[in-house]
Design a binder for this molecule. Structure first.
Ligand code: G3I
Length: 316
């Protein structure tokens, strides 16, 4: 799949967990062979990479970034500013606007700075807009005020001027209030010279109710017209149990249609699957009665979805 993707000039990636990469040879082998982009699923998040005010823990993130380098994969950093997976010292700290801004800037400078030249693209702000298109009421918005998003992009840019910087969100794939708000924010940032380069569309979707890909394509197209790159950053297609051959085939069709749509849009430069083997996936922990969202099964065998992606990539 990887070689075919490279021929089609698209990045095909997977979110990667530290433990299996460190412990399971098969996990590492398939990852390096089948994908040319790696997104750390958890280990670059604030709570894990910066657990105490004076202590960063880069061990796991370094391991992933080194693996990517050895296997000539691009790294998509995830994520600098999010309201989840924050350490206690941040959420319970005594801050005013200035001291918190200073702490966030220092965090971004340290993390982006460490991986300067090694992490090509970053999710700078994750999930900062709500379904109605308003800024989401998060710890960051409440304590830093409305300009925290653009500030974060500026800080990331000064830590690595070469890195491409993304705003990433879910439920903004089609044209809707959230994606309209993201579009407007990005347009406004570009007008004012805020260093934003891309939009990440997460795409955690279900086999029984997939999005309207025509609308997704229109959304990607309009972002492209602004001069932005688009990545599908966290694709998975969960299946309602019981899983059947028909559902796996339908899942494959949806994976294929998404890839096809992305190949048709010059702005769409990467598809990243949120994991690759059903052995390791966030789905069963977060959605009751749903599972099997990825493209390899629990025994690392390719599913119909994998074969479909390969077939689409093989087309001339
Ligand atoms: O590390 C502990 C481990 O020590 C413990 O044994 C285990 C028991 O539950 O929990 C482990 O931590 C879990 C961690 O994943 C690592 O597996 C956390 O409880 C769990 O909350 C955490 O979930 C992650 C989730 O983000 C947090 O909100 C998922 O793995 C990760 O896939 C998910 O990813 C997010 C993206 O970052 C942003 N977009 C949505 C996406 C899906 O929610």
């Amino acid at each position: 799949m990887r070689q075919l993707a490279e021929r089609r000039d698209i990045h095909i990636g997977a979110a990667v967990a530290y433990e299996p990469l460190a412990q399971e040879q098969l996990y590492a082998q398939i990852l390096g062979k089948e994908f040319n982009l790696l997104t750390p699923e958890n280990v670059m998040k604030f709570e894990l990479i910066h657990p105490d005010p004076e202590r960063y823990d880069f061990l796991a993130a370094d391991f992933l970034v080194d693996f990517a380098k050895e296997n000539a994969m691009r790294v998509h950093g995830h994520t600098l500013v999010w309201h989840q997976q924050l350490p206690g010292w941040v959420v319970n700290g005594k801050w005013n606007r200035d001291t918190l801004a200073e702490a966030l800037q220092a965090h971004i400078a340290a993390v982006v700075g460490r991986y300067r030249g090694r992490v090509a693209t970053w999710d700078v702000v994750n999930e900062g807009i709500d379904e109605n298109g308003a800024l989401r009421q998060t710890f960051w918005l409440k304590n830093l005020g409305e300009d925290y998003i653009e500030q974060a992009f500026r800080w990331a840019h000064s830590a690595d001027p070469e890195a491409l910087l993304f705003y990433n969100d879910y439920g903004a794939e089609e044209i809707n209030r959230k994606s309209d708000a993201i579009y407007q924010m990005a347009q406004e940032f570009l007008k004012r010279g805020v260093p934003i380069h891309g939009i990440g569309l997460q795409m955690h979707i279900t086999e029984d109710n997939p999005p309207d890909l025509e609308k997704v394509q229109r959304n990607i197209h309009r972002l492209g017209e602004l001069g932005l790159i688009v990545h599908i950053t966290e694709l998975d297609i969960r299946i309602r149990e019981p899983v059947s051959k028909a559902k796996l085939d339908h899942q494959a069709e949806i994976y294929g249609a998404i890839l096809k749509m992305c190949l048709e849009e010059p702005a769409c430069q990467a598809i990243v699957i949120w994991g690759f083997t059903d052995k390791y996936s966030w789905i069963p922990y977060f959605f009751e009665h749903y599972n099997d969202a990825l493209i390899f099964d629990r025994e690392y065998q390719p599913k119909p979805a994998y074969l479909e992606l390969v077939e689409i990539l093989s087309e001339p």
